[in-house]
Design a protein around this ligand. Structure first.
Ligand code: MN3
Length: 197
């Protein structure tokens, strides 16, 4: 069953002025699409390997599967956890857990912003729930898939690959991260938290 590129859950210009329309078009229609295609290609190759029994290239294809698969699913989460106008700050159980695990929202905000700002090269700033010992954690992922924890469930992610901000923010990644806090859909993040816990 091939993976498909889901439509954005809002208009391309809905996150203006924080994230501009042209960036959203290129990012969704071309960059995200490339990960969908890469994931489908990797899965096709693996199916062929199982069929023929020739696994000589399996290492490279497993790497492509992880990269493109993470790229695809990270972007779905990224689009869905944003929305026009955002929705203020987290409420309810999610707000309490953030306070518990990070000593307050402001400290959490600084931590995630700093983690995202300092990822080397391409990557993501991630808020994830770790179900094994029951706490939230901030991760700084390189590429789409490195420096994660197996078992961790991401509930909020910011894309800090240059394609996510370069047209409007040039080299000012920190300014883009600061703007992103204005378009977070905390209701969606709270639903993800509830499901994860
Ligand atoms: Mn991206």
């Amino acid at each position: 069953m091939p993976h498909v590129l889901p439509a954005l859950p809002y208009a391309y210009n809905a996150l203006e002025p924080y994230i501009d329309e042209q960036t959203m078009r290129l990012h969704h229609d071309l960059h995200h699409k490339a990960y969908v295609d890469g994931l489908n290609a990797a899965e096709d190759k693996l199916a062929k390997m199982r069929e023929t029994g020739d696994f000589s290239n399996v290492q490279a294809v497993e790497r492509a599967l992880a990269f493109h698969g993470s790229g695809h699913f990270n972007h779905i989460l990224f689009w869905e956890t944003m929305g026009p106008g955002g929705s203020g700050t987290p409420k309810g159980d999610l707000a309490s857990q953030i306070t518990k695990d990070f000593s307050g929202f402001d400290k959490f905000k600084t931590h995630l912003s700093q983690a995202a700002a300092t990822v080397e090269g391409n990557g993501w700033g991630v808020l994830a729930w770790h179900p094994v010992d029951g706490h939230l954690q901030v991760l700084a992922a390189m590429n789409h898939q490195n420096q994660g924890h197996f078992g961790s469930i991401p509930i909020l992610m910011i894309d800090v690959w240059e394609h996510a901000y370069y047209l409007k923010y040039q080299n000012k990644r920190a300014a883009y991260i600061e703007a992103w806090w204005n378009v977070i859909n905390w209701d969606n993040v709270a639903q993800r938290f509830e499901k994860a816990t």
